[in-house]
Structure formats: C-alpha cells, structure tokens
Write a protein that binds this ligand. Structure first.
Ligand code: HMG
Ligand code: MG
Length: 297
C-alpha cells in the first residue's frame, strides 16, 4: 500500500469567507457534502466567529445542521473564543480549530488581541472542548511572512506551535497566509518548527498568491509532513490579509501526490467536478489548473 497524505479541504471556510457575494446556504451545504463524497477525509465547514468581522460565515450553525455527515469524515470549524465554542457545541460540532499567529500585527487585525492574549483565550476553549470529547486543531498564521510586518522569525512560529500543542491541540497547521514563501524558506521553517513539535503533528496551509504553494508543499513533504490544507478550485483569500489569494487548489495537490505515488483516498474526477461546479455557482474562474484540465471547465 502506498504512503498516505491527509488532505484537509478548507474551501467551504477559508475559500468562502472571502467571497464578496452572499453564498446561499444550500450551495455551502452542497459543497461540503460533495467534497466528503469525493473522499476528502476532513472538510472545514465553517467558522463560529463574530458575524460583524466575517459576515460570510454567519450561517455556519445552519450549514452544520444541514450537512449530511459522512461517517469517518471530520467537519472542523474555526472557534476564536468561548462564545464561539458554545455555538459550535450547540451545532453538534466534533472538531474545532483555534487560530493564532506568529505576527503581532496580524493577530491584532485578525482577532483583535496580542499573541499572548490569544493563547490565554484559546487555553480555556481547548480545555472545555477536550472535556466534551472534541478534537482541537491549531493554526499559526503568517509563518512565512506578514502583510503588515514583512519577515517573520521562524522561532516565533515554533514557539506559538509549541504553545498550541501544549494546550491540547492534536495538530498545528502552519499558515503561509499571504502565500509569499518559497521552497527553501518553507522547508527551513518546517524544520525549525519540527524541532519544537513532532513533525507528524504538523500540517501545511499554504495560500498560492505568488504561485509557489505546490513547490513549497513538495519541499516540505521531504521533512516528513503528511497533512496538507487545500481549497477546491483554489477558492478564497483572507479578509484580514488584503491581496492574498486562495489556498493551493485541492485538485492540483491531489494530482501531484497521485503522480508521486502518494495516496489521498480522493477520487480526482469527482473532486475536479466539484471544483468546476462551485466555480460556476460563484461565477468565478476555476482556480485549479489540474481541475480545468480534467473537467474541461
Ligand atoms: P472583538 O470585537 O475583540 O470581540 O473581536 P468582543 O469579545 O469584544 O465581541 C465583540 C462583538 O462580537 C460582541 O457583539 C460579541 O458578542 C460578538 P456585540 O455585543 O457587539 O453585538 N462575538 C461573537 N459573535 C459570534 N461568535 C463569536 C463571537 N465572539 C464575539 N465567537 C473576535 C474578537 C475574535 C470575536 C473577532 O476578532 C473575530 O471574530 N475575528 C475572526 C476573524 C476571522 O474569522 N478571520 C478569518 C479566519 S483566520 C484565517 O483565515 C487564517 C487561517 O486560514 C490560516 C492562514 O491562512 O494563515 C486560519
Ligand atoms: Mg488560510
């Protein structure tokens, strides 16, 4: 059996959170279901954040209520504080993600507090979630650069990652929020974080603003990382990182991994069909090269 790489499709959250138009509830639900049906093992389905900050995620409770949940598939949601956890629990969520940053300026713009304050806020959230049997994931944003501060010291990412693991996160996802990384830098970053946190508890979350994400993933796979966050059709951006484009497209990553003999458990044709479908629904070009080649759209 070939070695496995786990794909976490964050399109329904990271992708849609930045859509300027109102995305109908049914479209969100269908996107989550189609991704799970295509074999994606984890689909980030929403965010329990302030609707004033991110209006597009305001209906996450309804999305979670309507989605037909497939056994064995995880449907994590973002949770920034105890209020978000309360709503997530009411919606029957089984996995949450807290999201911090390696850059102070980004932390302020994204969640309105310092890095230290965010960690103090996440600790009781993680504790309460774990006590109720939920799984908790952690994010670190701006690991390869910040839209406000520029270069970010990898030691900061390593330290924040260690804190997140220390409070009970089963995994930390390293976010190149604005997609500025290049392969050597990305690999060195992962190596430095892996000195503080076991590499099998790290994930890659690379936005593709500069077209480097696939190359960066390839370089980082050499460190032993086996979890990659992606977004079908390359949907998305970040409302607090102006100019950032979506995550690397799921179809492109799955195509590359299949070619390398790495198994994802995903049906690439079904995935490409989903990418073409959501692009049409949103009236935007399909951001996946592999997806366009396979689906013809
Ligand atoms: P704040 O204004 O400091 O919070 O925002 P507050 O506690 O003072 O509350 C202000 C208002 O928000 C109150 O309502 C609260 O009730 C409400 P009001 O009294 O004014 O009517 N509120 C909430 N409502 C619903 N759910 C909640 C919640 N919390 C407070 N959970 C806060 C702090 C964290 C809430 C805010 O900054 C926020 O929601 N930020 C979220 C930003 C966000 O979602 N960004 C995008 C996701 S992160 C990302 O994309 C990066 C990632 O992909 C990785 C990468 O690429 O690097 C993960
Ligand atoms: Mg992101």
């Amino acid at each position: 059996m070939s070695e496995r790489v786990k794909i976490v499709d964050v399109g329904p959250r990271d992708g849609l959170q930045n859509e300027p138009q109102v995305v109908p509830l049914e479209t969100k639900v269908e996107l989550v279901e189609r991704l799970a049906d295509a074999g994606v093992p984890a689909v980030e389905a929403g965010a329990f954040v302030s609707p004033k900050w991110v209006p597009q995620m305001a209906d996450s409770a309804e999305v979670l209520a309507r989605v037909r949940r497939k056994p064995g598939v995880a449907y994590p949601v973002l949770v920034p504080n105890l209020k978000g956890l309360e709503s997530a629990l009411a919606a029957g969520v089984e996995e949450i993600a807290v999201f911090g940053a390696a850059s102070e300026a980004f932390s302020q713009r994204n969640i309105n507090c310092t890095i230290a304050e965010s960690l103090d806020r996440f600790r009781p959230v993680a504790e309460a979630a774990l006590a109720r049997g939920l799984r908790v994931r952690g994010y670190v944003s701006c690991v390869l650069g910040c839209p406000y501060e520029g270069e970010v010291d990898p030691a900061r990412s390593a330290w924040v990652s260690e804190q997140l693991i220390g409070m009970g996160c089963y995994e930390v996802s390293l976010g190149d929020t604005i997609g500025v990384g290049t392969p050597g830098k990305a690999r060195r970053l992962v190596e430095e974080v892996a000195a503080a946190v076991p590499v099998d508890r790290l994930a890659l979350h690379f936005h593709d603003t500069y077209g480097q994400a696939l190359a960066n993933i390839l370089a980082c796979l050499e460190t032993g990382v086996r979890v990659v966050d992606t977004s079908v059709a390359g949907l998305g951006g970040c409302p607090y990182a102006k100019g950032a484009s979506g995550n690397v497209a799921t179809e492109d990553v799955v195509y590359m991994l299949q070619g390398m003999g790495l198994d994802t458990g995903i049906d690439l044709d079904a995935l490409a069909g989903t990418g073409a479908w959501i692009s049409e629904r949103l009236g935007r070009p399909n951001g996946s090269r592999a997806g366009r080649a396979i689906s013809g759209r």
